[in-house]
Design a protein around this ligand. Structure first.
Ligand code: PLP
Length: 393
């Protein structure tokens, strides 16, 4: 009775192992969750103030493209990032997730192909399965720090069905922030082969060591072939708000996405008001958030690189670190950590990276750590991981 599409839908590699964590918790073990990108920092207070202020008598639908004051606010915010888009080039979506679905739906027909830089944000595979789109990977490796592949790697996999290149920058899961030259590679490939760039920039703020992440928008020559996916989830610790944006200067893309947007009627009304509050929050809030993640990144990297046999490069952004462990099968190791290992009643859960690859059997020894706990907890959690690796081997 169930469709092939549904059967083919991959289970989230992050959520798949949750029953094992539940089992550990039933036994009274404390689990450090470094497996999921749920930030723990407080949401700015402006969120609550704005929701209070815009209390309405009726909880109504809004315009399908989102309320104008929010799109105006986004337009102002993007200008600070050299992304010059008017409110009519911004569509409010139910999280960046819906913006990704819209982007893929606008650009691809069933059977079309999209090139992804792997390892990639695992839910891209879910969206692709839902839309009958084939993800074609271009691989990066832990040994070269998961840097962007050369132009030839892209050219090799382009077929008559290729429609787009999809990637996140800063990257989930690797924490790489692409340089101007690396982005230039993608821009050239897209331009020469008339492909669309879908640039997922939801971690824009989180670039460390005083670096700034560069938007694909900075390449003017690609504006007509560019869709930017964005979200307030991570930057303001507001994942439950479900507010993202679909941004494009290409009117055909925008109008096509509008039809999808109209079919789902509108984003949630109240959280759009809350999002205006977030965009009015202080620069201080963001500075502190970036500093906090940078501190955690330092601790996570210092601790992980002490483990013999681990291959890891220092992440430059987002709040993730990917690493190759000296184990054959990281997923088995993670299960074992949850079911069979603890230090003083505590264990650590990370995400297996294999689910972030489209290439079969790639990334089997790799994991992703989300540094969404305090520095002290991260240190303890990675020490437990280190002891676990020693015993597992
Ligand atoms: C790279 C990337 N894009 C998009 C999303 C989607 O987030 P949301 O739908 O909460 O905006 C996430 C969430 O983890 C992500 O990591």
């Amino acid at each position: 009775m169930v469709s092939k599409r549904a059967l083919n839908m991959p289970a989230s590699p992050i959520r798949r192992l949750v029953p094992y964590a539940d089992e550990a918790k039933r036994k009274g073990i404390h689990v450090y969750h470094l497996n999921i990108g749920q930030p723990d920092l407080e949401t700015p207070k402006e969120w609550y103030e704005y929701i209070e202020k815009f209390k309405t008598k009726v909880v109504a639908y809004t315009h399908s493209q989102g309320i104008l004051p929010l799109r105006e606010k986004f337009s102002e915010y993007y200008k600070k990032w050299n992304i010059n888009v008017s409110p009519d080039e911004i569509m409010v979506t139910n999280g960046g997730s819906e913006a990704i679905m819209f982007a893929l739906g606008v650009v691809c027909d069933p059977g079309d192909e999209v090139i992804v830089v792997e390892p990639f944000y695992a839910n891209y595979a879910g969206f692709a399965a839902y839309l009958n789109i084939k993800l074609v990977p271009v691989s990066t490796t832990p040994e070269n720090g998961y840097r962007m592949p050369e132009k030839e790697a892209f050219e090799k996999v382009i077929s008559s069905k290729t429609k787009a290149i999809l990637f996140s920058n800063p990257s989930n899961p690797t924490g790489v922030v692409y340089s101007k030259d690396e982005l230039q590679t993608i821009v050239e490939v897209a331009k020469e082969n008339n492909l669309v760039i879908i640039s997922d920039e939801v971690y824009r703020e989180f670039a460390f060591d005083n670096k700034k992440s560069i938007s694909a928008f900075e390449f003017e020559e690609i504006h007509n072939n560019l869709i930017i996916v964005d979200s307030i989830s991570k930057r303001y610790s507001a994942c439950g708000a479900r507010i993202g944006t679909f941004i494009t200067k290409n009117k055909d893309f925008y109008n096509a996405a509008m039809k999808f947007a109209q079919a789902r009627l509108s984003p949630a009304e109240i959280t759009q008001y809350g999002a205006i509050g977030l965009l009015n929050s202080s620069e201080e809030y963001m500075k502190n958030a970036i500093a906090e993640y940078e501190k955690r990144r330092d601790v996570a990297y210092e601790e992980i690189k002490k483990i013999p046999g681990v291959v890891a490069h220092k992440p430059e952004g987002a709040f993730y670190l990917s690493a190759k462990l000296p184990v054959d099968n990281a997923e088995e190791f993670i299960k074992w950590m949850l079911l069979n290992f603890n230090v003083d009643g505590k264990t650590t859960m990370v995400a297996p990276l294999s689910g972030f690859y489209a290439t079969p059997n790639a990334g089997l020894s790799e994991i992703r750590i989300a540094y969404v706990l305090s520095a002290e907890k991260i240190k303890d959690a990675i020490n437990i991981l280190a002891k676990g690796i020693k015993e597992f081997k």
